[in-house]
Design a protein around this ligand. Sequence first.
Ligand SMILES: Cc1ncc(COP(=O)(O)O)c(C=O)c1O
Length: 384
Amino acid sequence: MKEPTAKPSRPYFSSGPCAKRPGWSVDALSSAFVGRSHRSQPGKARLAEVIERSRALLGIPNDYRVGIVPASDTGAVEMVLWSVLGARGVDMLAWESFGAGWVTDVLQQLKLADVRRIEADYGSLPELAQVSPERDVVFTWNGTTSGVCVPNADWISAERKGLTICDATSAVFAMPLPWAKLDVATWSWQKVLGGEAAHGMLVLSPRAVERLESYTPPWPLPKLFRLTKKGKLMEDVFKGSTINTPSMLCVEDALDSLRWAESIGGAPGLIERSKKNLSVIAAWVEKTDWVDFLARDPATRSSTSICLSIVDPWFQALPKEAQAAHVKKLTGLLDKKGVAFDIASYVDAPPGLRIWGGSTVESTDLEALTPWLDWAYAETRAAG
Ligand SMILES: Cc1ncc(COP(=O)(O)O)c(C=O)c1O
């Protein structure tokens, strides 16, 4: 097979940190509020601006709190698990490694007694109908390492008693989220927005606030996790007074990506771009016999973390370590050619490819990438 000539203009297809927005350069940070206190009036105003622009873009209801918290998405998820769980039984959903990580935390760290594990293997969703409206539920909207997402929230009861806690980091901005069905949602800036990691976003419904104010967990909570003071929500956290010191460079970058998102049509524009990216890959998978989606049901296919299996019988017959080694060769070749960075599947996932199709990626770059995938697979297959 002849080596393609046209290369993606931006070979950035990592699933996190993800590609910066088109046209980004460090100049976007030139008016960052650095060297000043984040607690000064203008500092707090920048933080509040991130909160309000995010709320407006995503259509988050006015009675929901939106806050900036430490330690990226993980920090946002952990502070909630530690703060609200234990008041009721909890259904823990997992179908790939990030969801599985939350299950491990709840079982082995919090050591909760009443936990139901509702799980599925890579490529599938668990039986969502098993989730009880009487119980809390923790789930990942988009399983970043399997490329399987929940297709909707129809399985969440509008009359639920428990809280729904959703790790939405690789879904939000690229997939519509039904806020009325989510009591807690979390994300970081480093995914669909192409921002920087370090800080997490935390959304709380009024019912989540009610839980925080009425329930005190029996375990100690470090300062970084504390969302209440004397039994009341720390409202200031949701107005830009962060728990500890944020990076105002990251804040400036987040503002830049939010402004870009507004300029391309807001959430519908972002969602459309990601959908288009998935359609480019889907059209290529359709006509390509050596790959298929890891997600079995097309309705659950992620448009952001697009995970592909290598279904060539020769590859399938290899032991798992040899498969992983082959993927390394394939992705190493693409990296060397400067056409795709960071597209090997996640270490815990079945060996294959994972290509980010979030909104900061240009569909034309994915179109340019697919001939290179065919070429690199043929080259590395021939070499054995
Ligand atoms: C679903 C999911 N949850 C959590 C994380 C961890 O995010 P962070 O490293 O921003 O804390 C990731 C990162 O890829 C993710 O995809």
